[in-house]
Design a binder for this molecule. Structure first.
Ligand code: MOS
Length: 777
């Protein structure tokens, strides 16, 4: 950074700090959400109804087309060859046999790949979607073990896969940092997340810890994790002149279009990305080198290309969650009140990505404490870029924090739920902001009652059922409420009283299409059958990321803005001959197929009547959501209380989860059925994190050794008990629909609830994930 840049950055930082303060202190009415969404008025319409997924029938019939299922004319199939060294130069690359193999059209390497810019790495710009910012087949350099070195295009997938196996490469290796200990020894940096350092100090936490009558100070470790969505990454790509069409599996279609345009030197309108169905995203269905290589190879061949990664391909090319080493120390008064919380540690990262696994995030708001010391340090390794993976930060951060709280409860001889409730903050403990809506104590009480917590034995190892030691554990779940800038939506209302809402949003299996149709129908006062929800297409309005559990908020605020514009337009069209004459947009609501005065339902005119009198076939409006200032005005989070019953075999060390309950406080729940599934899905992923998930990186060669579902273990049906979920269903008056995000909360707290149950069962405190049987023998 030059001096001028530093001065600019400092000035920007100061301006931002002033802005943040101003937003915090502004009257509620100036802030989005200051006036509650009109949809929050008791139970009405379809909000909360357990409606089955509207895409369900298409999926079970195989009629929902995923990214690798678009059959384009003259399409070629791609296979990717990967480097086998962590760092250096390609010395020789023999593609002759591959080129001569049956069905092969071309082999693309750094020697013939088109010139391209590097991927804009995620968070480096509003629409940047890249997993790393390395050059893609632009030179002979190798940056990680598994980097693509060649792409084969052939007439069939089998021919491409076979030809790929004939490619011979040799390397001039260079020294690489592939061991975490070496990376740490070379020095660490402070992690930067969303432009802010992952570092926070309030008071002198070390002194308070030393002075505390009761304290714990423990080290926790969590391994690397890889993404294993049911649908491996894939894209089908075609050029028409300088326009690029991409059928992708994406959680960010607008980001994808912009990022690909920047790589190929195009205008973003020249790139059209669709993604109607996605078989799971979890943070990884963004831009990785396969889409770029697919587009480059399609351009080279002059034919469309389908690039569908093998499961191994996903491990080689798509990043996962990084490893963490965490210290949590808590000091408490004799009555359990926290005087100090210290949460520090180191994560592995690469120099070509920008996500230091931010494990301190949950600790910023979970508990009141007299002092805080939070810090994430980054050690750099020469590996595949790590990335976002369901609740990045919170998933592993709550493992350490919530195990530590359990350890302290044991030391104090206090019930762990009572200890948590005793430290419940009145306002955000580190930001000082009021909570928009926080009913976690209610979630704890309801969950404890339903789970039968009072039957838990306080002394570990006390309950035995034959060979099985049985224990109960609990943990807090927490994840921030985000709403990212850029949301916008279009509503088209036609004279037959039907409406269509279009927004560049995503359905990755969580129920977006269903829930948003429900919400739009309720907002418009139409039956669900008369409303359609268009999404998954970059030509639609809005920059909407299906990530950070914020898509529902982003869509909600965008549709509210568009609906307001529609109401204004309809009142104008209704004119003086309508019973609605003289009313303002904020005085009417959508009900019974038209508009009515909020407290005077008789003053109602139907949409068909308004459009007919105005001689209009349709009304089309588009509007942008306001800037998300509410997240700087209130402290906003989703919450949960997690309960686990674990059975540990005293002979084999095997752990079985026999019962699990998630008791959530996530604002208003919009669809009881799809929400239950999302909560359960998150918890199941959390059970995997607790018991089995672990990427094995060979620290000598930097190569992932278990790149398959045979060797990377995930929970299967027999690993998962019936999971019970309940929720408070208390609307947050400051969010669209009163809802909070629910995509990531389920994986948070789950690891600790399991580890705490295992401790209660066995008396063994395992601080290193996953909790495999060797650690319990
Ligand atoms: Mo999520 S890790 O924000 O898709």
């Amino acid at each position: 950074m030059s001096i001028v840049d530093s001065a600019k950055a400092a000035a920007q930082g100061a301006a931002q700090a002033v802005m943040t303060k101003a937003i915090a202190l502004a009257p509620d009415g100036w802030i989005p959400g200051g006036t509650p969404d009109p949809l929050i008025r008791g139970k009405h319409g379809l909000i909360g109804a357990p409606i089955s997924r509207i895409d369900g029938p298409l999926k079970v019939q195989g009629k929902a087309k995923f990214a690798a299922e678009f059959p384009l004319e003259a399409m070629l199939y791609a296979a990717v060859a990967f480097s086998t060294v962590p760092k250096g130069r390609i010395a020789t690359l023999d593609t002759k046999a591959a080129e001569a193999a049956p069905g092969v059209v071309l082999v693309m390497t750094y020697r013939n790949a088109p010139r391209m810019k590097n991927m804009p790495v995620f968070m480096s710009g509003a629409k940047a979607a890249g997993g790393d910012n390395l050059p893609i087949m632009q030179d002979d350099r190798v940056h990680w073990n598994g980097q693509p070195i060649a792409v084969v295009l052939a007439e069939s997938q089998e021919q491409a896969d076979h030809a790929k196996s004939l490619i011979l490469a040799s390397y001039e290796e260079e020294a690489a940092v592939t061991a975490f200990a070496e990376a740490k020894a070379r020095g660490t940096d402070i992690g930067m997340f969303q432009g802010q350092p992952l570092k926070l100090a309030i008071g002198d936490a070390e002194a308070a810890l030393a002075a505390a009558p009761v304290s714990i100070d423990s080290a926790y470790t969590t391994p690397r994790h890889n993404h294993n969505a049911i649908e491996p990454h894939a894209a089908t790509l075609a050029w028409r002149g300088d326009a690029l069409m991409v059928h992708d599996a994406s959680q960010a279609v607008a980001h994808m279009a912009w990022s690909l345009a920047s790589i190929f030197g195009l205008d973003e309108t020249q790139v059209h990305v669709t993604s109607p169905y996605v078989g799971g995203g979890f943070g990884a269905k963004t831009l990785w080198q396969h889409q770029v290589l697919g587009a480059a190879a399609a351009r080279l061949a002059g034919r469309p290309v389908r690039i569908a990664l093998s499961r191994e391909g996903v491990y080689r090319m798509v990043g996962g969650r990084s490893l963490t080493e965490q210290r949590v120390a808590i000091g408490a008064a004799a009555d359990g009140r926290f005087t100090a919380i210290i949460h520090t540690g180191t994560v592995a990262m690469t120099r070509h990505n920008a996500l230091p696994e931010p494990f301190i995030l949950p600790t910023r708001g979970a508990y009141a404490a007299g002092s805080f010391k939070l810090d994430v340090e980054v050690a750099y390794m020469d590996t595949l870029a790590n990335t976002f993976m369901r609740a990045p930060g919170e998933a592993v951060g709550t493992f350490a924090l919530e195990c530590a709280v359990d350890e302290l409860a044991a030391k104090l001889g206090m019930d762990p739920i009572e200890l948590r409730i005793r430290n419940e903050p009145e306002k955000d403990p580190t930001e000082g902001l009021p909570f928009s809506s926080r009913n976690i104590v209610q979630a704890w009480r309801a969950g404890a009652e339903r789970f039968g917590w009072s039957k838990r034995s306080a002394s570990p190892g006390a309950v035995r059922d034959g060979e099985w030691l049985v224990g109960l554990g609990c943990a807090t779940a927490t994840y921030p409420y985000y709403r990212m800038p850029g949301g916008a939506a279009r509503i088209t209302l036609t004279k037959d009283g039907r409406a269509r809402v279009d927004i560049a949003a995503h359905e990755m299996g969580m129920g977006t299409a269903t829930v948003q149709t429900q919400v739009a129908a309720t907002r418009l006062g139409l039956p669900m059958e008369q409303v359609s929800f268009g999404y998954g297409d970059s030509i639609m309005p809005g920059v909407v990321l299906a990530g950070g559990s914020q898509q529902t908020a982003s869509i909600g605020a965008s549709v509210m803005a568009a609906h307001h514009a529609l109401t204004v337009e309809l009142l104008k069209l209704a004119g003086n001959d309508s019973v609605l004459a003289g009313l303002r947009a904020d005085e009417v609501v959508g009900v019974d197929g038209g508009l009515a005065k909020l407290d005077e339902p008789a003053r109602h005119e139907s949409y068909t009547s308004i459009l007919a009198r105005a001689r209009r076939d349709e009304v089309v409006v588009e509007a942008a959501a306001p800037a998300p200032m509410e997240t700087q005005h209130w402290s906003m989070h989703s919450y949960g209380a997690m309960f686990c019953e674990a059975r540990v075999n005293a002979v084999t060390g095997e752990t079985r989860i026999s019962r699990f309950l998630g008791s959530f406080d996530c604002g208003r729940i919009l669809n009881a059925k799809t929400a239950s599934s999302q909560f359960r899905g998150g918890i199941i992923m959390g059970l995997g994190l607790a018991l089995m998930e672990e990427t094995q990186l060979d620290e000598r060669r930097g190569r992932i050794m278990n790149p398959s579902l045979a060797e990377y273990h995930l929970p299967v049906h027999l690993d998962v008990p019936e999971i019970d979920v309940i929720w408070t269903d208390i609307a947050d008056p400051h969010t669209p629909m009163g809802a909070h995000g629910i995509g990531e909360i389920g994986i948070t707290g789950t690891g600790a609830a399991v580890a705490n149950a295992v401790f209660n069962a066995t008396g063994k405190r395992i601080r290193d994930l996953p909790l495999t049987l060797d650690k319990l023998m």
